[in-house]
Write a protein that binds this ligand. Sequence first.
Ligand SMILES: [Zn+2]
Length: 270
Amino acid sequence: MIVASQSANALSCTSGSWKIWSLSDGHVDMPADLLRRGPGLGKYTLPESSRQEPSLVRLSVNCFLLEGAGNSGVLIDCGAGGQWEPSLGHLDSAMAEAGIDPSSIGVVALTHTHLDHLNGLITRDGRVAFANLSRIVIAHDAVAGFVDQPHLERFRHLLAPVRDGDQLADHLAALSIPGHAPGHMAYVLDSGEDRILFCGDVFHVPAAQFARPELTWAYDLDQSIACATRINLLREASNTRAWLAGAHMAKPGIGRVVEEGSGYTLLPIA
Ligand SMILES: [Zn+2]
């Protein structure tokens, strides 16, 4: 995978006949004490250098767009729209910066239904973000979390539920990564040259969770399962030299991992 362009909020890479974009929706500062020493354990104190302010840690919010020959764009997660902090909901600006027409997006694939991943279906000023959207790919187990949100009712007819292993398109498949949220789903692109795992919320505090994958996030639905998923994913990515692309990994959120000591270290793409 080779970096083709980079600007403040957008990075593009090429891999085989695919173009992969990282597009920034912004960032959100969260309480640092949401990070725990392990499933069911007390809080983990981050080194000061990894904190935004004494009590806060900054999470990037990244979306990824896949453009393959003959396919309309597949967008993996779509940010927070106008539903959270003003520091979020800027995917439309990142697309404009990158010269991407939002009407080129045919498919949105959701990793899960937390609001920083799906409310970007509607822009900050209340417009439908993607005029030509034909499908919203979502795990079967995440559908209820979508249907629970009345303001997204107009999109329900687009839901296309998938299970672990289902193909979304040629070379693109769903991969279950349980623990963080109901139906938490990764999407795996095999471009012929690279294997890229779009892994949603497996990592919240990349500055700590690569080196110590046992550290858990208090908002993981099941911390033990989320922890096992993270450890398995890191082992697999390291063994197969797969790329990881994470929603909350530091912008642009793409890198490879290598073993280091008892954990891993991330080698960012740029
Ligand atoms: Zn998230």
